[in-house]
Ligand binder design. Structure first.
Ligand code: HEM
Length: 402
């Protein structure tokens, strides 16, 4: 009876707690310099390559829409197990080396403290400001994911209709207004010919280009793409490197590059939002800050290690440090750098979690850090571990007469 009561209490109180622990200044006590370290790395890069803003915005979007903002997009494929990186929509995601660089500096300053999911979020925020976009306080405290599966990458495509795209956004708890606002990120960044070439000739079997594209732009893009090698152009044909509302003005001039972009200007449900933003850049900027914060708070409710957040709430004692095992070396590499991660003492619940994973032959060095899934794992461990973790947590609570 007592166990049932406790289970009910735990479910009622812990679940919202688990999902709501992001807060501004999460690292104030544990790594006060975290945000400035990331900012410096972004500033240095932006000084020589302003296109990094587009790269980071897209990475943040592709990370948050797949299993929540958990940096699962950073996990490398191994010969035995492919990761999100190998999914079609992610093949042209750029900027991984910047995240590696920031992570390296952060590890030197505050080992095993700052999650890669927070690095992506903060670096994106800083790059938006540098491009002229809004400045906003970003809550942190995200945990890095354990699972990265290309089959989970189910992002909207460039030829989606507004209503099809909206389904993908509402599935994440985002509104139509959020969607039109977030697509405003296409005010910066690059697009490859293969994503819009179908609009340039024989559009939907008509034998002609997409009539919703300015013929002068059609001619320009045809010439560009004919050069071969899938070249790129700017998503915003006016102020391509500045984060402003010109993207919306371009849509009103039939100069959107992707079909989904252009449809925003003609679809009855979105045309008003587009003209509103086109005429009021300040409003767009403010709304963008709100919408990207909403996107940045997407979490995967089935993620097993969300229990990380609970231990400090209950003041549970610290367990012994986790002991890394070399045969399960957890490592993330990119073409430019390699970051091997270290372990640190874990809160009790995480320690229990880690024990349960070890029992099943799954033992990451530290739940705080990005890691590749050992090649022996071919399933989503959260499916099994979440109930197990909850059970172990309840045992701890009952034994403490909670
Ligand atoms: C219906 C939703 C969306 C679709 C179909 C879509 C599609 C695309 C496509 C096809 C590209 C070109 C990629 C390439 O050629 O490499 C692109 C680029 C980009 N997307 Fe989106 N996108 C969507 C929403 C978003 C959102 C919500 C954001 C951010 C908040 C975003 C940010 C960007 C940025 C900044 C780029 C430029 C990337 C670069 O410079 O490398 N997109 N998008």
């Amino acid at each position: 009876m007592k166990i049932i009561k406790t289970s009910l209490l735990a479910f009622l109180f812990l679940l919202p707690l688990v999902l709501a622990d992001l807060r501004v200044g999460f690292y104030n006590a544990t790594c006060p310099q975290a945000e400035s370290i990331i900012q410096q790395v972004v500033q240095k890069r932006f000084a020589t390559d302003s296109s990094i803003t587009g790269a980071l915005l897209r990475m943040h979007f592709h990370d948050c829409f797949v299993r929540g903002c958990d940096a699962s997009i950073l996990i490398d494929s191994t010969p035995k197990k492919t990761s999100e990186k190998s999914a079609g929509p992610n093949l042209t995601v750029r900027g991984f080396e910047l995240i590696d660089e920031a992570k390296k500096s952060l590890e030197a300053a505050c080992p095993s403290t700052v999650s890669c999911a927070d690095i992506i979020t903060l670096a994106t925020r800083d790059s938006v400001v540098l491009a002229g976009g809004p400045s906003y306080a970003a809550p942190t405290g995200r945990r890095d994911g354990l699972v990265s599966n290309p089959d989970d990458v189910n992002l909207p495509g460039p030829s989606f209709s507004v209503s099809q795209a909206l389904q993908a956004f509402t599935a994440k708890g985002l509104t139509l207004n959020d969607m039109v606002t977030l697509l405003g990120a296409h005010t910066v960044g690059l697009v490859h010919c293969n994503f819009f070439e179908d609009r340039l000739s024989n559009f939907q079997g008509t034998g002609s280009p997409d009539p919703s594209m300015d013929p002068a732009l059609v001619a320009k893009l045809k010439k560009l793409c004919a050069a071969g090698n899938n070249p790129t152009t700017f998503l915003d044909q006016n102020t391509s490197s500045t984060f402003d509302n010109q993207y919306y003005n371009q849509l009103l001039l039939k100069r959107g590059i992707l079909q989904i972009d252009q449809e925003l200007a003609s679809d009855r449900s979105t045309t008003g939002i587009v003209s509103g933003f086109a005429s009021n850049g300040v409003r767009f900027s403010q709304r963008f800050a709100t919408a990207i914060l909403k996107m940045g708070s997407l979490q995967n409710s089935s993620s097993s290690h969300l229990l990380l957040f609970i231990a400090p709430v209950f003041g549970l004692p610290s367990p012994p440090p986790a002991t890394p095992s070399d045969d399960m070396d957890i490592k993330r590499t990119s073409t430019l750098s390699s970051t091997t991660l270290t372990s640190q003492p874990l809160p009790t619940v995480v320690w229990i979690t880690e024990k349960s994973k070890k029992l099943a032959g799954f033992y990451p060095k530290s739940p705080l850090l990005v890691r590749a899934i050992p090649s022996t794992i071919f399933f989503d461990p959260s499916m099994i571990f979440q109930p197990l973790e909850l059970f172990l947590l309840l045992v701890v609570l009952v034994r403490r007469n909670f």
